[in-house]
Design a protein around this ligand. Structure first.
Ligand code: SF4
Length: 177
């Protein structure tokens, strides 16, 4: 059984509709050379050296992929579809570990938390496109960046971190007014 293709997910289990399938404007390495990304737990027992070499090539290709972040998230939230294969440089075993860590950090409903954060992010991006910020909103955004640092792009904030940032921003706004 080979790894599913992101562009043609298997018909049995449907992908979680809250997470769009990552799309690259140009064919990704796993689309150009799917065999390189085939991997199942236990593959190393046959020809360990050859498997490690192939994994190394796949990981290198993923490290240069423009949609690696979205690919990893998609693979993590769609466990039934990604039991096999390399996705975003991770093996199935490594993804199991990452899912455990996400559950520790965000709670047992971590997929719902990610979906909500994703939806908020997309809504904000759409709102920013349709309604550019006013002068006072821009000031708040700047203040937020000053007190909380730049918004992380490859790391998700936990609800506790969001609350802490909000408290800091509220305190700074009070001082500034
Ligand atoms: S990160 Fe790797 S597995 Fe994911 S789309 Fe890119 S090349 Fe394919």
């Amino acid at each position: 059984m080979s790894r599913p293709n992101l562009n043609q997910p298997p018909s049995g289990d449907a992908p979680d509709p809250r997470f769009p399938i990552p799309h690259s404007p140009t064919p990704t390495a796993c689309q150009r050379n799917p065999r390189l990304f085939d991997f199942a737990n236990g593959d190393r027992t046959h020809d360990r050296a050859a498997t490690e070499k192939r994994l190394e090539h796949a990981r290198k290709a993923c490290s240069r992929c423009p949609i690696a972040t979205d690919c990893l998230q998609w693979a993590l939230v769609n466990k039934p579809l990604t039991r096999l294969g390399i996705f975003a440089a991770t093996t199935p075993g490594q993804r199991t570990e990452l899912r455990k860590r996400l559950a520790d950090r965000l709670g047992p409903d971590w997929i719902d938390v990610l979906a909500e954060q994703d939806q908020t992010r997309r809504a904000r991006a759409a709102a920013a496109r349709n309604h550019p910020l006013t002068v006072s909103q821009t000031r708040v955004v700047r203040l937020d960046r000053d007190v909380n640092g730049p918004m992380p792009t490859h790391r998700l904030l936990t609800p506790a971190q969001q609350q802490r940032n909000l408290t800091r921003l509220a305190a700074s706004l009070k001082t500034a007014s």
